[in-house]
Design a protein around this ligand. Structure first.
Ligand code: PBG
Ligand code: ZN
Length: 326
């Protein structure tokens, strides 16, 4: 069919037609809100590079959870900021650690909210790496036990799902086995499977003070130039027992989301990371772009690429807009 027999504009002439042929829909069900937990009472420290986001003590965290729940957002992802760091990141798997305490409180108050925990060591280690450091290298196999311990402690606190973000090889299998042995076989794993070594994590590292003290994360996070390798990572994690496969960041890696959606038969999550959020907020503040429109376009693009769910700092804002539309 070619012009003038076919005119694509016929089905674009009004909003009703456009709604009828719309291929992708974004709903509140797709959104997961990341939040930052810190010790104390009444603490609400603004994160400058993530405008609208804060390091929150547990009392204030509850308020955000309440708002998220009232908007219909199904899930939260918790990151912890501990008081103390040490070489083995012991606060990551402490029974009374910040994430464990936050999970308990949130599940107690909002039992229907899905509480996901980020499983990693970098916020808790004094060197800031995601695994155990041995000399100047990151010791893969020595890290597995600590990551599994961390995931188990989150499950014991009541987490509904654990999300390992460390990128050590074999950690999904280790976590699965540990959870199963301790009767947490019902707790799913959302694996940060294709996690790239990205400069887009800048604002996040400021938010949680997790920048590595030496070197970088290139020996464990993926090279931004690689796509086939992402399929390999995702397949491995699927075989090791992952329930949801995550791609991170989202916008610069839409091709990866698309390929993983086609090749892996598990739900796919995309993490619209801190730098993606910060760029839009900054341009909006400068008056260079309409931040709200760019936000909605970005989220629908991630969905169109194949993501079943999106972790995003825009969750509350986007949910408010989506609620108005229905
Ligand atoms: C920790 C972790 C990071 C993010 C999520 N978990 C940072 C990193 O790997 O350096 C990034 C989140 C964001 O930028 O929004 N492993
Ligand atoms: Zn980490």
């Amino acid at each position: 069919m070619i012009f003038p027999d076919y005119r694509p504009r016929r089905l674009r002439q009004n909003e009703a037609f456009r709604r009828m042929i719309r291929e992708t829909v974004l709903t509140v069900d797709d959104l997961i809100l990341p939040i930052f937990a810190i010790n104390g009472k009444g603490v609400k420290n603004q994160i400058l590079s993530l405008p609208g986001h804060y390091q929150l003590s547990i009392d204030n965290l509850s308020k955000i959870a309440k708002e998220a729940e009232s908007l219909g957002i199904p899930a939260l992802m918790i990151f912890g900021i501990p008081d103390k760091k040490d070489p083995l990141g012991t606060n990551a798997y402490a029974r009374d650690g910040i994430v464990q305490t936050a999970v308990k409180e949130l599940k107690n108050k909002y039992p229907d909210m899905v509480v996901i925990t980020d499983v990693c060591l970098c916020q808790y280690t004094d060197h800031g790496h995601c695994g155990v450091v041995n000399g100047s290298t990151i010791d893969n196999d020595a890290s597995l036990d600590l990551l599994a311990k961390t995931a188990l402690s989150h499950a014991e606190a009541g987490a509904d799902m654990v999300a390992p973000s460390d990128m050590m090889d074999g950690r999904v299998a280790e976590i699965r086995q540990t959870l199963d042995e301790k009767e947490y076989s019902h707790i799913p794993i959302m694996s940060y499977a294709a996690k790239y070594c990205s400069a887009y994590y800048g604002p996040f590292r400021e938010a949680v003070h997790s920048a590595p003290r030496f070197g970088d994360r290139r020996t464990y996070q993926m090279d931004p130039a690689n796509a086939v390798e992402a399929i390999r990572e995702a397949s491995m994690d699927a075989e090791e027992g992952a329930d949801i496969i995550m791609v991170k960041p989202a916008l610069p890696y839409l091709d990866i989301i698309c390929r993983i959606r086609e090749e892996i038969d598990l739900p796919v999550a995309a993490y619209n990371v801190s730098g993606e959020y910060a760029m839009i907020k900054a341009a909006d503040k400068m008056g260079w772009m309409d931040g709200e429109k760019v936000m909605m376009e970005t989220l629908i693009s991630i969905k169109r690429a194949g993501a079943d769910m999106i972790l995003t700092y825009f969750a509350l804002e986007a949910a408010k807009i989506l609620r108005k539309q229905v």
